[in-house]
Design a binder for this molecule. Structure first.
Ligand SMILES: [Zn+2]
Length: 410
């Protein structure tokens, strides 16, 4: 299936805004297509036809037992995306998540490294579980104040330089001041530099142009800017009526929002998790050690929530939850992976299996640090990951449904 084609929906932006009658027609038309989801929905439609309107059953997937509050999920995600949190400077975002969890009556504590550990009390704690998602993102840092007063920068995590050329940024000083600017090409005027369009977009050719009257290193320093200041790249969050969320750093804020929405679904339904479940909101994933932080001993299962890859040769897309069987670090646990696939099958959640070619997660880090639980990895499909990313509410909803169902499964 192509990235833009979804089995249940015609391509185009009219989905969210078209009248219900057209959506119903689309559903009936698409339900004839022989895709796994439609075989399922046909079955569900049959089962549910005596109770509810056919197209409603098709859209709402009645085998899942929890109502995911989509407006909550979307609100939390957008707020979080607009809260800068490059690895190493995550306090605002961690505080934000802590407030949301405490509002759900889930007690939290901070780790010494600044991550968040929440304990979602279960009916039992005989086989304790954990889930994790990371709140830290890619970013940049001032590495030199140039004689021109402009700033040389280094990347934090796997920031792809060509994707941030011309992007707006905020430079945050140690003293708490913030300055706006943008990442531009050195000698970047097309009317001056004939190679401006072809020169490689990499750290040595890019710099920050501050929106301040500064023409020397001294003047820039007078603003309070120094080497080591964090640079927040504008996320440019946009939610369309057709259900797409386009933003930088959906990796992995989408999954933090999913975890919150799943927890809220249980609270709304007044249902307690089967097992006590530790939730780790990690804050050093993008540099490779977030998952090594403070997960309790004696865990039986760890479900890692991180963005799913979308691209050539992969099955996942922006409309589905994917489960990663193997990534660069090797295979995940077969038993836990199969358990999640079984829950998805039973609850009518169409998930995609994939192998991620260039990927590691907090799950592999947890194992390398000595963690002994079974580990599996799920997440919503995210297009152009580590660039200007995009996903769809359907993938977020499905992943949250699967997490909620997993939490109550014995
Ligand atoms: Zn990630």
């Amino acid at each position: 299936m192509g990235r833009s084609a979804h089995p249940l929906q015609p391509v185009g932006k009219e989905i969210g805004s078209c009248p219900k009658s057209i959506r119903q027609q689309s559903g009936r038309f698409d339900a004839r297509r022989p895709t796994p989801r439609n075989r399922y929905t046909a079955r569900v439609t049959q089962m549910a036809s005596s109770r509810v309107n056919t197209s409603h059953a098709l859209r709402e997937r009645p085998l899942t037992r929890f109502e995911i509050d989509k407006s909550y999920l979307k609100r939390v995600l957008i707020d979080l995306l607009n809260t800068p949190s490059p690895t190493g400077d995550t306090e605002w975002a961690v505080s934000f998540v802590q407030n949301e969890l405490e509002a759900l009556n889930i007690p939290c504590r901070r780790t010494i490294k600044g991550a968040l550990i929440a304990t979602f009390e279960g009916l039992n704690s005989t086989n304790p579980r954990a889930m994790t998602a990371h709140v830290d993102t890619l970013g940049a840092m001032v590495t030199q104040i140039k004689p021109s007063g402009r700033l040389a920068i280094t990347n934090i995590g796997g920031l792809m330089w060509p994707t941030v050329d011309s992007e707006g940024v905020t430079v945050a000083t140690r003293g708490g001041r913030q300055f706006r600017g943008s990442i531009v090409l050195v000698n970047g005027a097309a009317h001056v530099n004939k190679n401006a369009s072809s020169v490689a977009r990499e750290a040595s050719n890019l710099e920050i142009r501050l929106d301040e009257r500064t023409h020397s290193a001294e003047e820039t320093r007078t603003l309070g800017i120094d080497v080591g200041d964090f640079v927040y790249v504008d996320p440019r969050v946009e939610a369309s009526e057709s259900g797409f969320i386009r933003s930088r750093f959906l990796d992995d804020k989408a999954c933090v929002a999913i975890m919150l929405a799943a927890a809220k679904a249980l609270r709304d339904a007044d249902v307690t998790p089967a097992q006590t479940t530790t939730m780790l909101i990690s804050n050093f994933e993008e540099v490779g050690h977030g998952g090594a932080d403070s997960l309790p001993d004696g865990l039986h299962e760890l479900v890692v929530l991180d963005m799913a890859c979308v691209g050539e040769g992969l099955q996942g897309d922006e409309f589905h939850c994917s489960i990663c069987i193997k990534d660069s670090s090797g295979p995940y646990s077969k038993d836990l992976t199969d358990k999640l696939r079984g829950i998805a099958d039973k609850r009518g959640i169409d998930i995609k299996t994939d192998i991620y070619p260039f990927y590691g997660s907090d799950g592999s880090v947890y194992w390398r640090a000595g963690g002994q639980a079974q580990v599996a990895l799920i997440g919503p499909g995210v297009d152009t990951s580590h660039g200007y990313e995009r996903t769809h509410m359907e993938a977020l909803h499905d992943t949250a449904s699967l997490v909620a169902e997993y939490l109550v499964e014995d």
